[in-house]
Design a protein around this ligand. Sequence first.
Ligand code: PHE
Length: 344
Amino acid sequence: MNDVSENTYLENINKAKTTDELKKIEIELLGRNGVINNLLKKIKDIPPDQKREYGQKVNSLKKKIEEKIEEKKQILKKNSTKSFFDKTLPGKTYPKGSLHPLTYIIEEIAEIFSSLGFIRVSYPEVEWEYFSFEALNMPKGHPARDDFETFFIDFPENKQYGKMVLSPHTSSGQNREMKRTTPPIRMINIAKTYRPNWDTTHTPMFHQFEGLCIDKNINITHLKGTINYFVKKFFGPKRTIRLRPAHFQFTEPSFEIDVSCGVCGGTGEINNKKCKVCKSGWLELAGAGMVHPNVLKAGGIDVNKYSGWAFGFGPERCMMMREEMAIDDIRILYSGDIRFLENF
Ligand code: PHE
């Protein structure tokens, strides 16, 4: 008894092609006159101090052989049923995939603006500092840059455009659009944006959509009218907007845009109690304003001839506000959790 013979026994079991063949091997190995029994019989010739070790070896070999035979039996059994193909069985249905919920929202937003003549564009997600900041009236070292916390890419700095970044807002597309084309401009830029935040209301990757309108005699009423149209189409005809003064370096004047709350109807109260969703009747929706002359100039646009406005929204926020989704952690959107995604 040695490793070579052990391997041969196990290999022979493995090679058996039918249950009959296997049965024969089983008798040869485990039968009354089989290999194992013969080995056991020989114990009487083994010196007394080695009997114990010898016995253990034979038993362990026996166990291995038994296990292998059992395993092979199962395999042969399985294979013998496999060849039967029952064509009357019902077919398998495979799970149907769908687009990510936010993709549907983005398509819808693009369509609403397209019906107003806005052209959908896309610009680099991996962008230069220049387009994210300088071109937007935020020179190097300007504190307003801190509002757009930024991921920097490990890449040699460009003399003209500075460091490489992950675009922290879709406003980086403004200068590129002004250089790509000439007024009249009606741009809708929907893209991924990145800022290093990770909590229940922030993911490091999120989306924005940026509207830019540049033409002769463009003023705030056009901005209000456009956003009003979007809000009624997207949130429903009863919803209204309001503009609050704000500050952005690239627009002057600047506004925050609020939309009336759909839960309390903009009153801020339900049955004399504060509305839990909005607390005030209004929900913050977007930043906007008239494009700053420095931004127009950086884009090569004649400020004596043209004026324009811009706005920036978050589609994730729009989606959650419209569907009245009870999401207490926005990170679920990008967790890849199929149980969540299957709801859409
Ligand atoms: N880019 C701004 C932000 O990310 C939003 C904005 C866009 C404000 C366009 C004004 C005009 O917060």
